[in-house]
Structure formats: C-alpha cells, structure tokens
Design a protein around this ligand. Structure first.
Ligand code: CIR
Length: 254
C-alpha cells in the first residue's frame, strides 16, 4: 500500500487569503514556500509520496487543499467551500484526485470545508460553523453512508474549523482545545488537552504512529509524546493565513 500526500504550492497571492479570527499581518511568501517545502520533506520522511496539484497563484488559499475534498478509501467527495473565493480551487483538486478515486460533488445549498471533517474510524464528525452548513453535512452523509460511514454533527463557533479544535493523535486518542469543542462529543476516546497557553495546538496531522505538529506548540507537543512520536515543523507563515498542518495535504492510500 502506498500513501500519497496531495499538496499544492504556496501561491504568490497568499497575503490576500481569507481571515476569520486573525488580524492581517505581513506574510513572507518566500519563507512560507520554504516552510511548505520542509513540511513536504517531513511527509516524505514518514513514507508519503508527494503528488502536486498545479499551482494557482491567483487563488490565495489554494495551498490549503484539505478544505477541498474528503478522501475515503472508497470515494472522494469534492466540497463546496464556505468561502466563495475558494470555490474555484475545486477544479484542479478534482482533476488530480480523479486519478485515484471515484468522485462525488457537493452542490448548492451545501457548503462544507474539509477542515470541518474529522474522521475517527467509521465516524465522520462534521463541524457546523461559518464554513460548513447542515446541507453540507447532509449531502456528505448521503454520499458516504452507503460505504458504511456515519456522520455526526458538532457545533463550531469559537474557531475556524472543527479540526482547529480537535484532531486524532493515535487510535482512540484525540487532542482537543476544551475552550473550542466539548470533549464529551468523543466519549470513546482518551483526551489530551492542549496547554492553555497554546490554543491553536489541537491541529496535528497523524501519519501512522507519528503526528506532525507545529514547532510553535512545545508544551502541547510534550503532552502528545505520551501517545505518539511527534515530528515538529515550523509553519509560522502559513499560521498567519489561519492555516496549520492538516490543511496543507490530502492523504490518499493507493
Ligand atoms: C481560510 O480561511 O480558508 C484559509 N485562510 C485558511 C484555511 C485553513 N484550512 C484548514 O485549516 N483546514
């Protein structure tokens, strides 16, 4: 079995990205590109083969491919992103994923960002907030329930996406920011809480027994090391665009 990591280059227009919870501050695009390359090297060192979606310099958030598709073993669902500016991103991501999966497409009135979809086993938790609506969750459920997946809705209001607040660390273990999501939504899971001084630290990318996690969160990373190996990456420039580690790739097993 091969693990592909689908990524998309940092666009020249990254400075014009969507922002919801952060103030706009200067972004060093050259440094963002160097950090993205280091992120790709981390994924490669963990056994992934990188597959690039063609660059889209005119789409400021196009590096954040996670929001554009939900990839399962059986199918991939191309989303209808909640931010209108991001909808053109779907064209090239669909063209790339179409080589590996049968595709389904969400349609109006659905909106859904992949960052709002947390898969834990056969359950897909879907965060309902500014980017993802109930029609998005319902259409996703309609596509994936025949494959044996269940959708559970989770309210999200204090952060951008559900996966800003909770991600998987290891089978049966999640890391959460309890200020942003209610841990009781995950009764079958052991919970590691972020260090309170690192509110954005609940977004980690699990690849086998390792989690890729921002170097900016040392206190939470120390907590995570009880459950997984921790591979740190510096993603400071992408964080200024409200991006983190899950959002820069789509993992596809082939
Ligand atoms: C946006 O607001 O859509 C981008 N600036 C950041 C998207 C980050 N996506 C993610 O965490 N899944």
């Amino acid at each position: 079995m091969r693990m592909l990591a689908v990524t998309r280059p940092v666009p020249r227009s990254l400075r014009d990205c969507e922002l919801t919870h952060l103030q706009r501050v200067p972004v060093d695009v050259a440094l963002a590109r160097a950090q993205h390359a280091e992120y790709e090297r981390a994924l490669t060192s963990l056994g992934c083969e990188i597959v690039h979606v063609p660059a889209a310099d005119e789409l400021p958030d196009s590096v954040f491919v996670e929001d554009i598709a939900i990839v399962l073993d059986e199918i991939a669902v191309i989303t209808r992103p909640g931010a209108r500016s991001r909808r053109p991103e779907t064209v090239d991501v669909a063209a790339t994923l179409g080589a590996f999966r049968q595709l389904q497409f969400l349609s109006e009135p659905a909106t859904l960002d992949g960052g709002d979809v947390l898969r834990l086993g056969r359950v897909l938790y879907v965060g309902l907030g500014t980017r993802t609506n109930a029609a998005g969750a319902q259409q996703l459920a309609d596509f994936i329930s025949p494959c044996g997946y269940e959708v559970r809705e989770v309210p999200v209001d204090a952060c951008l996406h559900l996966k800003s607040a909770v991600t998987e660390v290891a089978p049966g273990v999640v890391v959460i920011n309890p200020e942003w999501v209610n841990g009781q939504m995950f009764p079958d899971h052991a919970i590691i809480e972020v260090d309170p001084s690192e509110p954005a630290a609940a977004n980690v990318l699990r690849i086998g027994g390792t989690v890729v996690s921002p170097a900016a969160h040392p206190l939470t990373n120390a907590r995570l090391s009880s459950a997984a190996r921790v591979r740190t990456v510096d993603v400071s420039e992408l964080a200024k665009a409200e991006g983190a580690v899950t959002c820069c790739c789509l993992l596809v097993t082939v």
